[in-house]
Structures are given as C-alpha cells and as structure tokens.
Design a protein around this ligand. Structure first.
Ligand code: GDP
Ligand code: MG
Length: 767
C-alpha cells in the first residue's frame, strides 16, 4: 500500500482533509497546534487503497519545536510515497514558505490548495495553472470542509511519477556554497542531499553536528547571516512568482474578522467580555432560575412552586405524570437548558430503576440482590449518567467558542497576562482542554517547547476541573441549595471553576519563581479567521464525549459501585449486613479510620458518626472522579435506611444526607456549607484519576512524577483547609482577605520583572 503524508501549516485544514479522506473523526479545532502526534488512516476512493498520515502542523522543517521534529523526521526517515502539501489559500504567501522547503526533499509532492470556498466567497481569484507552472508540481483546488476537489486531488496524487528529485528556489546568492554542501552529502550517500545542504547552510543544529559538516560549513561561510539570506530569498521568490497568480478583489481594508477583533481582543475589555461569556455559559448550563426571571434572592421570588400551585405535594412529589413532565421545565422558576435536559434524563432513569426494583421484588428476589442492583449498581451508574446532559451542554458551548476561533483570541489576549506568571499563551490550549479531560490536555503540552514551562503546565492541568469532576460540583452545589435553601447552584459552580483557575495561577507563579525558574519562551501564533462553527464538527466532539463517558460508566464506575456496595454490606468476618447495620461494615470502619485526616478540611470528625461517607467518597475518586458521586449515592441510600428515613434519587440523596448529618452532629449551617465547598475544592485540586496520573507520569521528565503527586496532595490540602477556615470561622474577614489578595495581585502584576520586591525592604533598612 502506498503512503501519502499530509503536511502543512498549523490550522490549514490537515485534520479536516484527513477526516474527509479516511472517514475518521479526529479532533478538528480552529486552533494552531491541535494535532501533536501523527495519525494514520486509509483512503479507498482512488482505485487502490492508500495510507494517509496526518502530520502535526509546522511553519518550517527546521527542528525548533517538537512538531517540526516529528514532521521532518517522518518525511526524511519514513520516506512516504508522496507528500500532500496543504496550503491555506487565504494565506498563500505564508503557507508557501513551507512548500519551498518541502520541494527540496527527494519526494513526489502535490499541493492541495485548501479553503477555496473562503477564497471564492471573498471574491479573490487564484491562477492555479500559473502556480503549477512555477513550482513544477501538481496543484489542485479543494475545500476540505465542503469536500470539493478531494477526488481529483487523490486521483492526481496516485498518478504522480514515483520518483522526484528535490528542487530549490535558492538560485541567487548562495549558489556556490550550496553546490559544495550538496556534493558533500552526495558523497556521504545521504538521501535528499539538497534538503540537507540547505539546512546546513541555515546552521541547522541537527546538520551542524554531523561529522565533517562543520568543515564544509566553514569553507562555504560567507560574511553574511546565511539563515536570514535564505529566508529572504524564499520570500522574494514567493512574492515574485505569485505576483501574477493571485488577484485580490477590491475591498475595504478592514475585514469582518478585523472588526470583530477590535472589540473581542480590546486591551481593556477583552477579559471582562470573556468572563461574562463564561458566566453566561455556566448560567445556561446549571441555573435553576433562568435569566434570574424569578428574582436574584429568595425574597424577590414571585413564581409559585408546583407545591404552591397544588400540583405536587412535599411528600409524594408530582401528582400525576403530566406534572412530572412539567417539573422537567419549571418548578418555582424556569430552568436552564442544561437543567432541563438533565431533569429529562433523570426522570427516564428513575422510572427504569423503579421498574427494575419492583420487578425484582415481585419476582421474589432476595433483599440483598434487590439492594445490590437497585442501590448499588443502578443507583451508582445512574447518578453519574444523569449528569451527562449538563456535561454535553457545557462542552457544546466550549466547542463553539473553539471552532469559531474565539478561544485562539483568548490565548492571544491572555499571553500578556500569562507572561507575568511565567507561562506563554501557548499553555492556554492544554489548560482549556483540561476542562474536558486531563489526559489529552497533558499530551497537548507537547506543543510547549520549554521543558520547565511544560512541567508547570502539566502539574496545574488537573485544577482546570474536568468533565468527570463536574458531577461533584453540580451535585454538591445542588445539595447545598436544596438542603439549606441558600445560594444559586450556577454561581457556586462558576466560583468553584474560578477557584481552580486561581489555584493554578498561584501555583504556576510559585513554581516559576522557585523550583522551575526560567525564561518564558516567546509565543507567536497567527489568529485564525472567524467562521461559523461546523455543525458536524460540534456533533462529533459531543459524540466522542458521550462515548467516553458512557463507556466509563459501564466499566469503571460499574465495577467500583459493586465493590463499594459489597464492602458496605460485609462485616470484617464476611457476614452479610442489611442496610440497618452498615455502620459495622468494612467500608464504614475504614472510613472512620480515615475521617480524622479530613478534620482540618471540615469534612472529618466534626461531621459525626456518618461523616465517614465523605472520606470514602474522596478516596474512591482516585480511581475515577465520577466515583465520588456514585459512592455518595450508593452509600446514602443505605445510611438513610439505617437512620430510618425515606429517600428519593438524584440530588435529593445528597441533600438528605446533609440534613441527616446536620441533625445528627449538631453542626451549624455555615460550618457545613464551608465544609461542603471545601470538599469540592479538595476533589478538584487533589491527585487526579488513575488515567490522568498515568499520562502525567508518561509526559513528565524522569523523577518529576513523585514530586507532582506530593504537590497535588499538598495543594488540595492547603486550598480546602483555607476554604473551610475562611468560610466557617472568619467569614467577616473574608472580605478583607479578598481585598488584600486583589491589592497584592495588582502590585505583583505590575512589578514582576521590573524590580525585586526584596530590594524595597533593603532600601528601607539602609535609610
Ligand atoms: P489543522 O490544524 O491543519 O489540522 O486544521 P483543522 O483541520 O483542525 O482545521 C482548522 C480550521 O479550519 C477548522 O475550524 C476547520 O473547520 C477549518 N477548515 C478546514 N478546511 C476548511 C475549508 O476547506 N474551508 C473552510 N471554510 N474552513 C476550513
Ligand atoms: Mg490538526
């Protein structure tokens, strides 16, 4: 089977073309640097099967970044049968810079002129025949997104001659030197001698190290910076040869993209706008009071609840099925789309699990079997699955922001701020990916060229709360609101996300000034043009997410809930214990043993005899974060039975156990709310799940992982202890704490790099 490699600049549409050719669904993002590794697939439409390899996006074939090294080594060492060089036709000049380098390799090349739909829309014209003639390789117009021209591209690709000699556009200044260098590589028997020769003259660090190469370089050396001369000549060639090939339509200077950017990347307004957009997203996903139609506080509420309308009762819930449906959308306030979808799924899941339990009961199943299936397996899995709609809604919004090109702007805007903390804007992409899952996020840090910056980023990625932690946030926030009737679930969730981000910022600042000191590398990224998000792309992202989540629910969570249920119903001498005796179970005694560890964080011994549930939940989260809520659900059903209280499924379980503990341990509402928020903070910042740990270990330099584990433990312990202490005891002081924090941040931001804070003190002393 012949192999063709897709090579091109970042964000030129390689992955879109790869997906169109191979029918796969790799991640496409309107963001330079999404594909870090190479990927393979098969194209079947050209009479014979051809293998297609998607290489990471690059601007040149010099080994400056990991992507460039991967792509260059692939082209030189694996010797593909041809290269499909994708060129973004809306950005012809810059894209052809790479083309001139690829043409220097001894390999057949075909150029795919992508984004022709955009070019046509803007009214520009490109003379393909002219480009083809100057470059001497086939050029085909395509649109990877609209799937036009793709068949022709592949047909011409497979009918190219099997061999091609490298050609260079450098014909002027360095002609002589190039000949000498070429002769050297030819004598050495190296493939693609021309390519290597040019790179040698560019002082390429790989070539210079070659034995005997330094001699050639010395003899060739002119009194000029050869790298600059070569770059200059490439650009001259491109602008010269293209002078007649590209005709620009008459248009005003500011494009639509530029106009939007004037607002969205404004010096002052960019960040506030971003925060407002984020809050809006959280509001639409989590709010149970859409657009605050029912007032901002309890006191302003004017919409009647279903109970007040006489449609439902406190004890039995909705009166009939019709009201149950109504309750999906409205109960005392209009719900947000995220909540509506969640309610809908939960209603469905509730009926299934009720049905199964009733069926088992009627069939005469043993009490333990009904318990295991109803409370253990279904309770645990459904508690987690129920959050899927909200996760999907949140990611739909994030995908839209990414696909339109907005996220790339934010990286650009944040670079200015990130720099002060010792990171470049490049680190923003892996962090945003961290909101989805830490695993691909940690892998994406490969785009960071600087090792120390990369280590710091990998360490803080878990603080960007991932999809699996979302049920913890939502459920606990919902539990607080329901048990105590205080706060808004969306505000709490939003603030928790912000807390995670702040923790990350502070940690990076500390690390970059102590253990991981170093220069912040420059960040160059050109901004992709804005475009409407592609529906298919969005759906693919969501489908990926769903698959991953459901698969996890029915494997890891499934297994974990069975184990947790078993150990909560087994005594140390392996006897079955009914719900009423679960305080004597293995898991209860282990939990009680661990309980004091969490006392400084608020969810330890002070929560009384049932408080061990929190300890157990936090520990099971180390396997997969979804386990935290699954564990809660499974255990609370039993504990409530033990305490002789009835239960309902969903958030109510958590609210129920919160009320039970409040009554049992005599703990004040404020203290408990602080403890619950500390519990979220702990789970958000502590050691991530098993998969994330394994990835971090693989991506970090040798010996760094154990320190990273320790770092996560320490951070989570400190952050949640702080949250608890401030929330429970020094709440009035918290205002001052925030003010002081703001002032300090401001001073630090202004002064980092300008002068050493210690100097001020020294100067004072000497006076
Ligand atoms: P890669 O970084 O080179 O792999 O580029 P991607 O395949 O991730 O695409 C980058 C962006 O360009 C995405 O938002 C795509 O939807 C968009 N895109 C890709 N091909 C085309 C095209 O032919 N026309 C238009 N209008 N957009 C495209
Ligand atoms: Mg890509």
């Amino acid at each position: 089977m012949r192999t063709f490699a897709l090579a091109g600049n970042p964000n030129c549409g390689k992955t879109t073309l790869f997906n169109a050719l191979t029918g796969s669904s790799a991640h496409v993002g309107n963001w330079p640097g999404v594909t870090v590794d190479k990927r393979e697939g098969v194209y079947k439409g050209a009479g014979e099967n051809v293998a297609i390899v998607d290489l990471p996006g690059i601007y040149s074939l010099s080994p400056y970044t990991p992507e460039e090294v991967i792509s260059r080594n692939y082209i030189l060492d694996e010797k593909p049968d041809g290269i499909i060089n994708i060129v973004d036709a809306t950005n012809l000049e810059r894209n052809l810079y790479l083309t001139t380098q690829i043409l220097e390799c001894d390999v057949p090349v075909i150029i795919a002129l992508n984004m022709m739909d955009e070019v046509k829309k803007s009214g520009d014209k490109i003379d393909v025949k002219a480009i083809e003639k100057t470059l001497g390789v086939p050029v085909v117009e395509i649109s990877a997104l609209r799937k036009t021209g793709i068949k022709e591209l592949m047909q011409r690709a497979v009918s190219m001659p099997k061999q091609r000699k490298g050609e260079t556009v450098l014909k002027d200044a360095l002609h002589k030197q190039l000949e000498t260098a070429c002769a050297y590589y030819e004598a050495e028997g190296v493939a693609s001698p021309l390519f290597h020769a040019v790179k040698l003259l560019e002082n390429d660090e790989i070539e210079v190290k070659r034995k005997g190469a330094d001699k050639v370089l010395k003899s060739a050396a002119a009194d000029v910076d050869m790298e600059a001369v070569i770059a200059d000549e490439r650009y001259k060639y491109i602008s010269g040869s293209l002078a007649g090939a590209k005709v620009k339509a008459q248009k005003d200077v500011l494009t639509k993209s530029d106009k939007i950017d004037k607002v969205l990347t404004h010096r002052v307004w960019a960040i506030p706008i971003f925060i407002v957009i984020l809050f809006f997203i959280f509001h639409l996903t989590f709010s149970e009071n859409l657009f605050y139609l029912n007032g901002f506080t309890e006191g302003q509420a004017w919409m009647p609840s279903l109970v007040e309308l006489g449609l439902a009762t406190e004890e039995d819930g909705p009166n009939n099925f019709g009201v149950e449906i109504l309750a999906i959308f409205y109960d005392g306030a209009v719900f947000s789309p995220g909540v509506i979808l969640t309610n809908f799924l939960n209603l469905f899941l509730d009926h299934i699990s009720d049905g199964v339990v009733t069926l088992m009961g009627n069939g005469g199943a043993a009490e333990w079997a009904t318990g295991l299936v109803g409370d253990g397996i279904l309770g645990g899995i459904f508690a987690v699955l129920g959050f899927l709609p909200q996760i999907l809604v949140l990611f739909l919004f994030f995908s839209i922001l990414e696909d339109t090109g907005y996220m790339a702007r934010i990286a650009f805007v944040l670079d200015r701020i990130f720099r002060r903390f010792g990171l470049s804007g490049r680190a923003f992409m892996p962090m945003i990916m961290g909101f989805g899952c830490s695993v691909p996020a940690a892998i994406n840090t490969r785009t960071l060229a600087d090792e120390k910056e990369r280590t710091a980023t990998i360490r803080v990625i878990p603080f960007f709360s991932c999809g699996a932690k979302l049920p913890i946030l939502t459920a606990v926030a919902g539990g607080i609101v329901m048990a105590f009737g205080v706060g808004n679930a969306d505000v709490i969730t939003f603030c928790m996300y912000l807390l995670g981000i702040c923790t990350a910022v502070v940690c990076v600042l500390l690390m970059r000034n102590t253990t991981l000191k170093g220069e912040t590398p420059p960040f160059i990224m050109e901004l992709p043009t804005y475009h409407a998000p592609s529906f298919k792309n969005l759906m693919l992202h969501l489908w990926d997410k769903t698959k991953h989540f459901v698969k996890k629910a029915f494997t890891i969570i499934f297994a974990s809930t069975i184990i947790i249920w078993l150990f909560s119903h087994l005594s140390w001498d392996w006897h079955y214990l009914p719900d009423e005796e679960m305080q004597n179970s293995i898991i209860a005694s282990v939990g009680m043993l661990l309980q004091p560890v969490f006392t400084p964080l608020g969810f330890g011994s002070q929560l009384g005899q049932f408080g061990w549930v929190f300890a157990v939940a936090a520990i099971t989260g180390l396997i997969a974060k979804e386990n935290v809520i699954a564990t809660f659900t499974t255990l609370s059903i039993c504990i409530m039975a033990y305490a002789g209280e009835g239960t309902e499924e969903g958030v109510e379980e958590l609210a129920g156990i919160i009320q039970l503990i409040t009554a049992d341990a005599g703990i004040s509402q404020r203290e408990f709310v602080a403890a619950l928020i500390a519990f979220i903070a702990f789970n958000m910042t502590t050691i991530p799940c098993f998969a994330a740990c394994a990835t971090a270990k693989a991506e970090l330099a040798k010996g760094k992982f154990k320190w990273t584990l320790l770092f996560w433990l320490a951070v989570s312990y400190i952050v949640s202890a702080m949250v608890y202490t401030i929330g429970a005891y020094i709440w009035p002081l918290a205002i001052w704490f925030v003010v002081i924090a703001l002032v300090v941040t401001f001073i630090v931001l202004r002064n980092i790099g300008k002068f050493d804070i210690m100097k001020i003190f020294k100067r004072r002393k000497s006076k």
